[in-house]
Design a binder for this molecule. Structure first.
Ligand SMILES: *Cc1c(COP(=O)(O)O)cnc(C)c1O
Length: 371
């Protein structure tokens, strides 16, 4: 079946007890034992497993083409569990441009707990090869990156790290459906489902999908219920509901973003536009090879720096000033001030999460705000 069909049906079945077409939400924290003391219906206690979580995990694994998945209460909770599944002394190689919370988690928590880490620009394949160590267990990529939309060649990195027996994780939060990391060599795929999967800025979540049920995934799965950072049944229900429209939403986000990017690239107040769908983008060729469309995220740099950027965000009427991404509503954000001291985001940079409004209205809103 094609991906739109999988998205609608995966993890769903008509409820045999009632005929309900939309899935019920199982709030029950505990499940009845059989007379013999066993659990023949498969559920015991909601932290271990819950019907809504199981449906979400099955649905996302099917969509991604993986063997299994483990859902968490946030994307960060999912990242945390993969890192906790490693052993002190293990080395991680992470992309320098990963979501800023990922290196922060590694530096502030896991280095103290005995993991070793290096951060390299994974668009530089020689640098990846050079940074591998005998104890490297995991390579962590993310593409397109935040907020400069830099592109990593996933297949090329996978080939290099696999030669050393290193597992390859791809944080695919920015490009679900559009980019298929398992087909490009990833062993694990991570999503913050808070973003495009949920799709409506009303639920937080994260998920780890594995291509094969390997040992690292089994430990991650163990940490899910032993560590307890599980999503609620309602959260799981909302995320699986969001997934049903995901392929169509990604198409529309991408179509709108390309129109906005092309408009901004011609605007006299704009110094630079970072969008992999533009031919001028340094990662365009690789992105065109590994993505079916270029996604809904882009950044622009205004010519006159901080003050001009802040005046744009003060003036938009449709774009909402807020962090995060992936919802139906368009968001605008001054990245440097949210990342704080030490940020590498340019002062004049604004990140846009392009929503599902009409692109003409978004363009008019930006044109007015840039004036
Ligand atoms: C938001 C985000 C995360 C973290 O997810 P949360 O759900 O906020 O914990 C991780 N990676 C990427 C690429 C993100 O955009």
């Amino acid at each position: 079946m094609k991906i739109e069909t999988v998205a609608v049906h995966a993890g769903h079945a008509v409820d045999p007890a009632t005929g309900a077409v939309a899935a019920p939400i199982y709030l029950s924290t505990t499940f009845e034992r059989d007379i013999e003391g066993t659990y023949s219906r498969g559920f015991m206690y909601t932290r271990n497993d819950n019907p809504n979580r199981q449906a979400l995990e099955r649905g996302v694994s099917m969509l991604e083409g993986g063997e299994a998945a483990a859902a968490f209460a946030s994307g960060t909770g999912a990242t945390m569990s993969i890192l906790q599944a490693l052993t002190p002394g293990d080395h991680i190689l992470a992309h320098i441009d990963a979501y800023y919370g990922t290196p922060r988690l590694i530096r502030e928590i896991f280095l103290r707990w005995g993991l070793q880490a290096d951060f390299v620009d994974m668009s530089d394949l020689a640098a990846v090869e050079k940074a591998l160590r005998p104890n490297t267990k995991l390579a962590w990529a993310e593409t397109p990156s935040n907020p400069l939309l830099k592109i990593v060649d996933l297949a090329a990195v996978a080939e290099i790290v696999h030669k050393s027996g290193v597992l390859f994780v791809c944080d695919n939060t920015w490009a679900p459906v559009l980019q298929r990391p398992f087909e490009l060599g990833a062993d694990l795929v991570l999503y913050s489902t808070t973003k495009y999967f949920g799709g409506h800025c009303d639920v937080a979540g994260g998920i780890v999908v594995t291509k094969t049920d390997n040992e690292l995934f089994q430990r991650t799965r163990g940490i899910q219920y032993e560590g307890g950072a599980v999503p609620s049944p309602f959260d799981c229900w909302l995320i699986l509901r969001g997934m049903r429209t995901l392929p169509w939403r990604m198409r529309a986000h991408s179509e709108n973003a390309l129109k906005v990017a092309e408009f901004l690239a011609r605007h006299r107040k704009v110094a630079r536009v970072h969008y992999p769908g533009l031919r001028s983008h340094p990662g365009h060729e690789i992105a065109a090879r590994q993505m079916s469309l270029f996604g809904g995220m882009l950044s622009l740099e205004v010519k006159e720096g901080y003050d001009a950027a802040m005046s744009v965000v003060a003036k938009t009427k449709i774009f909402i000033r807020a962090t995060s991404l992936g919802g139906v509503e368009s968001l605008i954000e001054h990245r440097a001030s949210i990342e704080g001291p030490g940020t590498t985001s340019p002062e004049g940079l604004l990140r846009l999460s392009i929503g599902l409004e009409n692109a003409d209205d978004l363009i008019e809103d930006l044109d007015h705000a840039l004036r």
